[in-house]
Design a protein around this ligand. Structure first.
Ligand code: UAG
Ligand code: ATP
Ligand code: API
Ligand code: MG
Length: 487
């Protein structure tokens, strides 16, 4: 329990109705979760406006309301605080309520279109192996030391996030590695947190449904670096077109990694094979179990962060060379008939292109590449035709299928994808709506040594249709189809 007046540090109050000398049990942004003694913060969202639920929150026992527009009447015994931006206010209040957890840990944030989960997860594994108790906040799962806490978002809302960081502090974690999605930055989910360091992977086409323009998407990601403190480190990808712009205005100490230019953390690929990457990092030669050029970039970002966090470079490279990637990222298996199956979370045009380019480079001869791919519903529609054409261009056969249709008609999503196919691509492509059937068909089309890529869902264990998550696991289904071949 805390006093309301004690959790308002940094909150820009416009007006107050009532006394802030009251006890607060918890903070809620969803009226349906309000319990007696809570503060309810009204947020204007994409779908609804939290201000419409202020009365409901009061009925459920809220002792304080934080809003952008004061209601026309006030309930007795309830304090009303008006602020300019409730998204920002709830972030500061949550940080204060949970005793400023980010000040008590080394918090490293990772942003970029692709690679966040890979980088954050491997940093978590690396620092755990180096002997530290660590926290992880990621798309796949959150972790407090070895304890796994299911993730609902890539970056949780400010209240849940600060509660989670508090739990990490209580459990004795010294380092926390966290993905910072562009939605989270834009919605102030990470506002008020003190970052020891921040990493940028890359920025390519995604989420234009939400950010509207690519420039706005860049601006949002950059604002994360602009907001760092002077004692933090910021590490960026020099080979990405926006790599330097990202750090242009940051007060943090700047570092760059690169495969192509002179940089603080300079890598060179010596060999890129299915068995892993042989490369040099700052002139030290190491073999890694991760596959593909894009993972060479991820490894450089990870190495850079470890050095900035004060670890010994030989020790870091020794541990890093034994680590595997995050679940569902270039996850591969081989059937009894020697067909190679790869499950990968590529759900953007750039990720798909990188994964397929990597597969092409790994081929020894004329093996066919068969890609199964779909696009998510209620998300950026403009990436659909591009993903279909990329898949067709870089594969011998393509099976377009369903991903998470969410509230959209899956057939309409398929149609959007098909529009990206030119006549040559159409000859390589078939559409099979049922994802399990699509995977089965890919397996039936494959000969020994051929490579099947199942893209888009990676670690996901469900298919979301109309608000219901039906059990679905690309890896399990691919394995099942491989086993059927043996019978
Ligand atoms: C588009 C988006 O980001 N939406 C997020 C946003 O919800 P919203 O603004 O749409 O909320 P809303 O439904 O309009 O409601 C507004 C407010 O009214 C409240 N409310 C609503 C109903 C009610 O009865 N009572 C009530 O109080 C809601 O709790 C909310 O506070 O804020 C919510 C609380 O933080 C999030 O759960 C929600 O994530 C939705 C579920 C989502 O799908 N988000 C995805 C796009 C997302 O965030 N993805 C990124 C990763 C993207 C990447 O790959 O990079 C992530 O970080 O996970
Ligand atoms: N550095 C990289 N550059 C380009 N593509 C990458 C990179 N790292 C991974 N990928 C590709 O992107 C996919 C997603 O990777 P990852 O899950 O690490 O990204 P993410 O940024 O966490 O994604 P999300 O936005 O969904 O959280 C991988 O499965 C791989 O295909
Ligand atoms: N974090 C990503 C996940 C995309 C995964 C893909 N399977 C889909 O459903 O589109 C997003 O919210 O856009
Ligand atoms: Mg992620």
């Amino acid at each position: 329990m805390k006093k309301l007046q004690d959790i308002l540090y940094k909150v820009r109050l416009q007006s107050v109705n009532g006394s802030t000398d009251v006890n607060v049990n918890g903070i809620q942004i969803d009226s349906r979760k309000v319990a007696k003694g809570d503060v309810f913060v009204a947020i204007r969202g994409e779908k609804s406006d939290g201000h419409a639920f202020i009365e409901k929150a009061v009925e459920l026992g809220a002792t304080a309301i934080v809003c952008e527009t004061m209601p026309s009447s006030f309930a007795d015994g309830v304090v009303y605080l008006q602020v300019n931006n409730t998204h920002e206010a709830v972030a500061y209040m949550s940080h204060n309520f949970f005793d400023e957890p980010s000040q008590k840990i080394k918090l490293v944030g990772v942003t970029g279109t692709n690679g966040k989960t890979t980088i954050a997860t491997i940093l978590y594994k690396l620092f755990t192996e180096l002997g530290f108790k660590c926290g992880l906040v990621s798309t796949v799962q959150n972790q407090v030391g070895k304890e796994i806490i299911p993730a609902t978002h890539t970056t949780p809302d400010a209240v849940s996030l600060n509660a989670l960081l508090h739990q990490m502090v209580e459990a004795g974690c010294s380092h926390v590695f966290m993905e910072c999605s562009s939605h989270a930055i834009h919605q102030h989910r990470i506002t008020g947190l003190h970052f020891t360091g921040a990493l940028f992977s890359n920025i390519t086409h995604d989420h234009l449904d939400y950010h509207k323009t690519f420039d706005e998407y860049i601006r949002v990601k950059k604002s994360f670096f602009d907001g760092l403190s002077g004692d933090a480190f910021a590490i960026s990808n020099l080979d990405d077109k926006r790599g330097t712009v990202m750090l242009q205005n940051t007060p943090a100490k700047k570092y760059y990694y690169s495969l192509k230019n002179i940089a603080d953390f300079k890598g060179k690929i010596l060999e890129n094979a299915l068995t892993g990457l042989q490369m040099t990092i700052n002139n030290k030669e190491v073999h890694f179990r991760l596959i593909g050029e894009f993972n060479a970039y991820n490894l450089l970002a990870i190495y850079g962060a470890a050095i900035c966090l004060g670890e010994n470079s030989d020790e870091v490279l020794r541990v890093l060379s034994n680590l595997s990637s995050a679940e569902g990222r270039f996850d591969y298996m081989i059937s009894g008939q020697k067909i190679i199956g790869i499950v990968d979370y590529a759900h953007t045009p750039d990720a798909l292109e990188n994964v397929l380019a990597t597969i092409k480079k790994l081929r020894k001869g004329s093996e066919k590449v068969i890609t199964v791919v779909g696009c998510g519903g209620d998300r950026d529609k403009t990436k659909r035709p591009i993903m279909a054409s990329t898949a067709a261009e870089l594969s011998d056969r393509v099976i377009l299928t369903s991903d998470n249709p969410r509230t959209e008609d899956p057939q309409a999503i398929l149609k959007d994808m098909e529009e990206g196919l030119n006549s040559a691509a159409r000859r390589k492509a078939i559409s099979i709506l049922d994802r399990k059937e699509a995977i089965k068909t890919a397996v039936s089309l494959a000969d020994p040594e051929d490579i099947i890529l199942v893209a888009g869902k990676g670690h996901e264990k469900y298919q979301e249709i109309n608000g219901v998550k039906h059990p679905f696991d690309d890896k399990a289904i691919l394995r099942e189809m491989f086993e059927l071949l043996e019978k």
